[in-house]
Design a protein around this ligand. Structure first.
Ligand code: ADP
Length: 399
């Protein structure tokens, strides 16, 4: 019966995952156009399954399925030509067909195969009448085939959209799983770590302990505190990547937030002999951000500036430019080599082993800050020159 690769054909049909799906406007429009163009009371987009014919779209008839052996379209998919049956009663193939003998009493049929690029024909776009008709002209056949080709294009688009959606869903699920794992793990690490820090602090403060052991307990405390910082940063980053961090809020004045972040470093800057300047513009728009998160970003940037500057000054400013709020942290420190500038916002990115040993840190601060800024609807830019200093600028949209 089949001169075709039926197995491959059915596999192709499965791949489109279109059988028994709800109606879709794209296909309904084409089928309606075919009915209109050929002035036919019935038109359909059919797909031939192993033992049934299923209509993705149909006009002029109720029901959307027939046994395969009753389907006119089962003949259409045997070739690449438009199949025309001018009068089914005169045709041996269809004379005894229940669809001819009974409702809907098909007489005229014209169907163009839905042919894939691979050559598989999955079904047909057909127009049907209850009275016999003259055969289609070549032009009419071409028109019907063109419409059938449009149907196949739509099926391809649908398949690609489906694949894309699936890939996106998979990627999202993977990110979520990873973030959840990180969040859980860091949480599990935090609790014991906190008691390590606490007991080392107790040990270090114990009057009965010899000086040498006290020093060791103190070192252990410092080391575990550093570890806790890393664990907290990783947790923070995981939350940000999972989109679970709350960064927005009611519009606030950013001036006081900038001021409080700067004040935190007054002492440390003075210890290092650095001047610490702050300039806040008289008039600033408000920003719809969580003040604690904005402060976290600024503390990070100012902390880095103080950390990486041996002499000179740190200048922090809040101004408005082009309707955007600009919070700049400028230092006269070591600067960042041009080849590293693009990478400073990446996780665990540090300016070389020597620098991180010298200055300490986790290499997560900027990654977190940059994500926070982005989730606030803004960004962080950086300009730097080795030996001269760096400027990190937080740009925030005005609320
Ligand atoms: P950390 O400071 O914990 O190492 P960050 O993510 O905050 O991590 O910074 C990443 C790297 O970017 C730093 O290790 C440093 O090399 C470089 N960097 C950041 N801020 C400055 C700055 N103000 N001046 C010079 N280098 C900086």
């Amino acid at each position: 019966m089949f001169s075709i690769d039926e197995e491959g054909r059915l596999a192709a049909l499965r791949e489109y995952a279109i059988m028994d799906t709800p109606p879709e406007a794209a296909f309904d429009r084409i089928v309606a156009l075919a009915a209109d163009l050929f002035d036919a009371p019935i038109a359909a987009m059919t797909l031939i399954d192993s033992d049934r014919q299923w209509m993705k779209s149909i006009v002029g008839l109720d029901g959307n399925e027939t046994p395969r052996e009753h389907a006119f379209c089962r003949y259409t998919i045997l070739g690449d030509e438009v199949l025309v049956v001018p009068d089914a009663e005169q045709d041996d193939r269809f004379r005894d067909n229940p669809l001819v003998l009974e409702d809907p009493n098909i007489r005229f049929y014209a169907g163009a195969p839905l042919r894939l690029r691979s050559g598989h024909r999955l079904g047909a776009l057909c127009v049907i009448d209850r009275t016999p008709r003259a055969p289609l002209s070549e032009v009419e056949k071409r028109r019907l085939q063109t419409l059938a080709n449009v149907v196949v294009n739509e099926m391809d688009l649908r398949l690609m959209a489906e694949r894309y959606a699936m890939a996106t869903r998979r990627a999202e699920a993977a990110t979520e799983a990873k973030s959840e794992f990180l969040a859980n793990m860091t949480h599990e690490l935090r609790t014991p770590l906190t008691s390590v820090i606490g007991f080392n602090a107790l040990l270090a403060a114990s009057p009965d302990l010899p000086e040498r052991e006290k020093g060791m307990a103190l070192k252990a405390k410092t080391a575990s505190e550093k570890l806790l910082t890393i664990v907290n940063d990783v947790l923070d980053l995981a939350k940000l990547e999972a989109g679970a961090a709350e960064v927005g809020g009611e519009p606030i004045d950013v001036g006081p937030v900038v001021r409080s972040a700067v004040e935190l470093f007054t002492e440390r800057a003075a210890e290092k002999g650095l001047a610490l300047h702050l300039h806040v513009a008289d008039v600033l728009p408000r920003a719809a951000v969580d003040p604690a998160r904005l402060r976290q970003v600024l503390v990070n940037l100012i902390g880095n500036a103080v950390k990486f500057t041996a002499k000179g000054e740190i200048a922090v400013s809040a101004s408005v430019s082009g309707g955007e709020i600009q919070l700049a942290v400028r230092d006269t420190g070591v600067g960042i080599p041009e080849q590293n500038l693009g990478r400073v916002f990446e996780r665990f990115e540090q300016g070389g082993a020597a620098i991180s040993r010298e200055f300490g840190g986790t290499g997560l601060g900027l990654a977190i800050s940059e994500r926070l800024a982005r989730q606030m609807g803004g960004e962080i830019t950086v300009e730097s020159k080795v030996g001269h200093g760096s400027t990190f600028t937080v740009i925030l949209p005005a609320a």
